[in-house]
Design a protein around this ligand. Sequence first.
Ligand code: BGC
Length: 756
Amino acid sequence: MNNRLNKIISLSMIAILLLSINKNVTAANGTDQPPKLVNEASIEKVLKAMTLDEKAHLVIGTGYPGPNGIAGATYAIPRLGIPSITLSDGPAGVRIGGLFAGAAPRYATAFPIPSSLSATWDTEQAAKVAKAMGKESREYGIDILLAPAVNIQRDPLGGRNFEYYSEDPFLASTITTAFITGVQSVGVGTSIKHFAVNNQETNRTTMNAVLSERALREIYLPAFEMAVKQAKPWTVMSAYNAVNGTFATQNKYLLTNILRNEWDFDGFVMSDWWAVKDPFAALAAGNDLIMPGAYNGPLPMPPLIKDVYNQASAPSPSAIKAAVHNGTLSERVLDECVRNLLRIIVKTPTFKGEYKNVDYNHKTSLTKQAAEEGARIDREAAAEGMVLLKNEHHTLPFKGIHTIAVAGQNAVVDLAHNKLGIIIGGGGSSQVNVKPKDVVSLIQGLQNANYTVVSSMDGNKLVEGLRAGDAVYLAQHTDIGLVSIGRASTEGADRPDMDMRPEEVQLIKDLSNAYHAEGKKLVVILNIGAPIEVASWRDYADAILLAWQPGQEGGNAIADVLSGKVNPSGKLPETFPVHYSAVPSYGNFPGDIAANTVLYAEGIYVGYRYYDTKNIQPAYAFGHGLSYTNFMYKNLTLNSAQMDLNQNQPIVVSVDVSNTGNVSGKEVVQLYIRDKQTTIERPDKELKGFEKVVLQPGQTKTVTFTVDKRAISAYDDTLKSWVSKAGLFQVLVGSSSRDIRQQGEFRTIRNDTRAK
Ligand code: BGC
């Protein structure tokens, strides 16, 4: 026994000695120690030390779902000091946990949907919400938030319109830029998506969007362009669809020529989830990271994943290696992708060691402080984005109102059947896991504001199909009637229509007649993510409040606006057409399904660019939104009557805006440009500036805008560049695209004598 023990001890000693000699040798000549990734300057050395196998692993995600039910992660190479970084959705709050049966539920704040955020027309508000999302990302050890989603709302039926910002590229660009700045201010990255022309859900992984270069440049790219140039998102997500015949993930023109070469993008491009069709073409085109890697969830796959999953988009590292060996993929291309990835990895909190002391595997809730802050910011932003579409005879804010009848299926709270009494957000990857107890229903919000709510009679809920006589009884026994109309929509499906259901219209009519007979009013709340038809029933409502899908504090935020605690100041980022048949993409949405082609036949005439040029009256115009006070516009001045295009001197426009009512309020002052002497087709007007101002009763402020050369330029398809011409331009300043209050004009000249 002793002998055996001695033998083991001496063998171990020899082994330890050999190991330490070897270690000493390595350390002494310093050559065998692999370099470590320590900062950007170390990237080239690390890249040199990487094996082909490691490179091939790094350009493919580690599989779906990622750790703790997030969307994905990258491959770690500890030998070289390269950590795995974490990527999580999304545009309306951090999406984590609860994605699959068995995954531990984890919770974050559900913020207002992006359309609601852009309806604030308030860059500070957008940045504040985004910063809160960035902080919540940090609470869960997330490096990159998969947001913002900035595609243009081309057609009101687009299933993801609620996740997008606007029909207008300038508004979308401005809010997007603020959002990215907000998230990244706390050291978390963003992924601006879906690059590009991803405007529908029907056949979303196969559809080819066919559009002119001009429409691409003037409508569909500017939000990406401004964000990349000004806010520097860490990453860009390439879209599922094809653009003019080439899949976005494999589109060198978009990913390399435009994004990297023209706009100087210096982050990395990741594909949308299983969007890649040909991994080698994608890497060569400039798609640096193929996401998410293999599918690791339970089978059968959930429908949303089944729809997008394809084998090619989850290539194995050995397939990448083989492609390098057989010459299908150049190692130089692979190196460039790795370089782009490492340049961002060194910026992440994980890389910097900021997440190393927390056990994220067991963290299921936000800290109390973050949860409270999230709820507070959601409530504030949701109220700020609400749009008062109609307000006859000062129906709102409530005056002398104590008892309210709340009607409509959408307001019913029945947790056992998943009815929260409010729609807080949309479905798909931007859905946020919220504890039902943290959701404030419309009824709860009104009760929190001390109103007495009547939502049932004799045990029956006040829903569509209300019993005859109930409307009359309610009108006699409550101070005001309220109807909540809701519409859900989701990633993965376009909306079937924008119609109101006959029973909804009937409910509004019955209540309206009954309340009006008593000399009382009826208010309709629209708890929706995108336009619905309003023309056929709006005359029955005394006031209509577009509350959007306002996030978890929605009920409180709606009560804040109804009660007058908050004076509404939201404006429409998307036109409400009278009929669906009036929309510019009508007949070309969702396109030719059999041929997998959608023709953007309307070109640059999207949203108000179309309605205003063709003189088609919308139900509610782009930029429309009422306040509890009134604003007056005066004294529009231009600092110069001409812009010298060779000098690129912007024109400075100023206008005085006054609050002429008796409550404080906020006005979104909008500046549009009209080309008066154009030789090419141009829209009637284009938004090129806006500012939200706070005004006390009687107060006047001067609002100033600058109009630069780009603001008057159009994209020339043949010259393939932005062109500005000598001519006459009108400056239109107002409260919506159809409510212009002040005008001025200036000439553009090209003073060629100086150039000679
Ligand atoms: C969506 C992306 C999302 C990704 C990860 C995809 O289905 O299109 O917006 O970021 O899933 O969840």
